[in-house]
Design a protein around this ligand. Sequence first.
Ligand SMILES: NC(=O)c1ccc[n+]([C@@H]2O[C@H](COP(=O)([O-])OP(=O)(O)OC[C@H]3O[C@@H](n4cnc5c(N)ncnc54)[C@H](O)[C@@H]3O)[C@@H](O)[C@H]2O)c1
Ligand SMILES: [Zn+2]
Length: 336
Amino acid sequence: MTQVLFKEQAWRFLNDLLQGQKAIILCDSNTKQCLEYFYAACPSAKQFPVIEMSAGELQKNLKTCEMVWYQLTEHGADRNTVLLNVGGGVVTDLGGFIASTYMRGIRFVHVPTSLLGMVDAAIGGKTGVDFGGLKNMVGLFARPEAVIVDSNFLKTLPSKQYRNGLAEVLKHAFISDPELLAMMEENEDELISRSIQVKMDVVERDEFESGERKKLNFGHTIGHAIESYFLDGEKDVLHGEAVAAGMIMESFLSNQIAGLSKEELASIVEVIDSVFSRIELSGDDWKAIKKLMLFDKKNSNGSVRFVLLKSIGHAVTDQAVTEHLLDEAFHFYTGS
Ligand SMILES: NC(=O)c1ccc[n+]([C@@H]2O[C@H](COP(=O)([O-])OP(=O)(O)OC[C@H]3O[C@@H](n4cnc5c(N)ncnc54)[C@H](O)[C@@H]3O)[C@@H](O)[C@H]2O)c1
Ligand SMILES: [Zn+2]
């Protein structure tokens, strides 16, 4: 498994790794402000060239890869160069892909700067870019040398982006570790490290997603469809917000067919509502969202399969749900 290191220990490791080493930093137009702290924590990184890409999911494509590959050659990067990916999930997904394909693969280190990056994107060895309008269509599994986790980066993260990451933390709590819920207001470092542990445990049991890893899709079957539906609309719905809505609806389904108690359903809804406001959805929106669900890549044979909760902390995969029940979940969410 990849080493995930925290704060002092992480910086010591990275400083040592970079001694007498060629490295190049990749960041985006927002996370370049993270470099000041990065250099203070890891002085040996100051000497390295920086490649900056524009921020945002729209940049997570092959064109950006070409730009970065080209700049790597310009900076004389060779097989011994280490790529340091300093940014959110876009930079780590794309940077990991670039490093693993440049000269048949050079080493890379993830330095996630968003909460979602720390607890989700930088963990688990998936790298890649979007292609042909589809997310993560081109990429590969590749392990970073290390993931450097330091919550100090979160000081500059916009609160909307912070909530985006919290949705994944909540998901980790619901599928595996309810004690995370108690830490939400208190110890951020512990919240982050425990949340990472949930993802690492799941990935360790199923690195290439044949079974167990599906649990990480809780809230995402409906969530992805909502996210895609609003992608080109005027409403700006972030991944985490869509997943939060998905988790409420899928918890309702869990209560109907997977054994989740009414009390647990109510407490899940309460926690989610304390962080996220509900997305306004009309009946027509819902029809379109249901259609999109059938296109979700994780569904085999055209039937929609869900990850549901038996109880808080215990997820079950491959649950078939009728369309009628799906509609009820929508009514439960919208209160209509
Ligand atoms: N590989 C995986 O297993 C995996 C898992 C989940 C998500 N992902 C991918 O991760 C991406 C989403 O990650 P994300 O939410 O971090 O998006 P992101 O990288 O786009 O970051 C969100 C925004 O916050 C900015 N930002 C990041 N850190 C900052 C900081 N410390 N201060 C100020 N601004 C900062 C970024 O520039 C960007 O504008 C998606 O592309 C998704 O597909 C991958
Ligand atoms: Zn997610």
